[in-house]
Design a protein around this ligand. Structure first.
Ligand code: UD1
Ligand code: CA
Length: 410
């Protein structure tokens, strides 16, 4: 592997989002945007990832402080003076580095590893000082435009707010996927001036500096339009979420999961679902939920964080599951809430049966042994453990005190 590092820009205030939360922590199908960009970098191989943080820096660091951040160097940008300034904040770490530097934005979660791979191959084949991957959009509004000469060579990038009318009509845009020869990058950065409408130091101007000083800069149109979406507003967040949801479902379907109505199903990117499971319409899976093989889930089921479902489980209409494991063969076909519970094999949960897991102060656990039968409308008051094979008749309110009396052996 070539000597390669990445710089991710994630310090911006994000005024257009109208938010208290740092932009890169806003979630797309259950994961913060920055997580996807980190994944993409890691999958093409980088030795270190320098993440530039500023607005809400502590929140960002905290969110990724989960043991998976050993390759991250957090770099503070005290004032958000522009994307070139943000990269420049890494100078003390990188000025002597002679390898390749990927520069990506934390607000571009739709980036694919494949595109980065193409970028790297092109950069190495052309031996360029900078290589960028571009996209062609029907509506390029808001993005920097790629300006080429009559021979197709790149001349520079002009930001939307600085475009002439002719430049604004250009549909080839900059999704902010760059690979630089590190030495050329830091040399060019020293010459970037804030001569633009926003009076910011633009990373895009580093490319013009490189071209003007005789360096080779190459742009390849390698980015699909839907991969170019940069999230600057809540509307773009919803667009990115929709595209990511499509990807998540595509992958599940390739792995043998049936999704009956993809438009009316929402599945978290962290969820795992086994082969030949059928997801009926209006199912909402939130969190790192695990579902086994040959299950039938929904319609109208809500599966939340901590749900682990074995094989051959049927969950029907209006079932909500949280922090609960359901072993193989469980049936809960109608109107159930199961929270903080362990449900054994082949248990039947009758219509309207629920766990009363919260007493107003604390959440308590429920355990239901294998082959228990819960009739309709059973309330299980936690903490409670039911022995295997217990038969609870309809309408019972079961607590640990009366459990022995209420349970008839089947
Ligand atoms: C940027 C590009 C534009 C491109 C678009 C793609 C520049 C000047 N413009 O515009 O050509 O089409 O991305 O989405 O680079 N950031 C910092 N520190 C700063 C400023 C920004 O860390 O001082 C971070 C932001 O948090 C964000 C990223 O850099 O993650 C891009 O900044 P943003 O303001 O969103 O740039 P765009 O206007 O979208
Ligand atoms: Ca942006």
């Amino acid at each position: 592997m070539a000597d390669r590092v990445a710089i991710l820009l994630a310090a911006g205030v994000s005024s257009r989002m109208n938010t208290k939360l740092p932009k890169v922590l806003h979630e797309v199908t259950g994961r913060p945007m920055l997580a996807y960009v980190l994944d993409a970098c890691r999958s093409v191989g980088v030795q270190k990832i320098y993440v530039i943080v500023g607005f809400g820096a502590d929140q960002v660091k905290e969110r990724f402080n989960d043991g998976s951040d050993s390759d991250i160097v957090w770099v503070h940008q005290p004032k958000q003076l522009g994307t070139a300034h943000a990269v420049m904040c890494c100078r003390e770490h990188l000025e002597n580095f002679t390898g390749q530097t990927l520069v990506l934005c934390g607000d571009g979660p739709l980036i694919r590893a494949k595109t980065l791979q193409m970028l790297i191959e092109k950069h190495e084949a052309e031996q360029s000082a900078a290589t960028l991957a571009t996209a062609v959009l029907d509506d390029p509004t808001g993005y920097g435009r790629i300006i080429r000469d009559a021979y197709g060579n790149i001349q520079g990038i002009v930001e939307d707010s600085d475009c002439t009318a002719a430049q604004r009509a250009v549909k080839e845009v900059n999704p902010s996927y760059y690979l630089f020869s590190n030495q050329a990058l830091f040399k060019a950065l020293t010459q970037v001036k804030p001569n633009n409408v926003k009076q910011e130091y633009y990373l895009t101007d580093a490319l013009s500096v490189m071209i003007a000083t005789g360096h080779k800069v190459v742009a390849i149109t390698a980015v699909r339009p839907e991969e170019a979406v940069g999230v600057n507003s809540r509307e773009q967040l919803s667009v990115a979420s929709k595209i990511m949801q499509h990807r998540v479902q595509q992958e599940l379907m390739e792995n043998g999961v049936t999704i009956v109505d993809p438009d009316n199903t929402w599945i978290d990117a962290r969820a795992q679902i086994g082969q030949d499971t059928v997801i009926e319409p209006f199912v909402y899976v939130h969190g790192a939920v695990k579902i086994g093989r040959d299950c039938r889930i929904g319609p109208f089921a809500f599966l939340r964080e901590g749900t682990v479902i074995g094989d051959d489980v049927v969950l029907g209409v209006f079932t909500e599951i949280k922090n609960t494991s359901l072993a193989e063969g469980v049936r809960a076909r109608h109107h159930s809430y199961l929270g903080d519970a362990t449900i054994g094999r082949r248990v039947n949960v009758g219509a309207g049966s629920i766990t009363a897991n919260y007493d107003g102060r604390t959440v308590h656990q429920t355990a239901v042994g294998d082959d228990c039968y819960l009739g309709s409308g059973v309330v299980l008051i936690a903490p409670l453990a039911l022995k295997p094979g217990a038969n609870i008749s309809a309408g019972s309110v079961v607590s640990q005190k009366n459990a022995a009396k209420v349970c008839e052996k089947k």
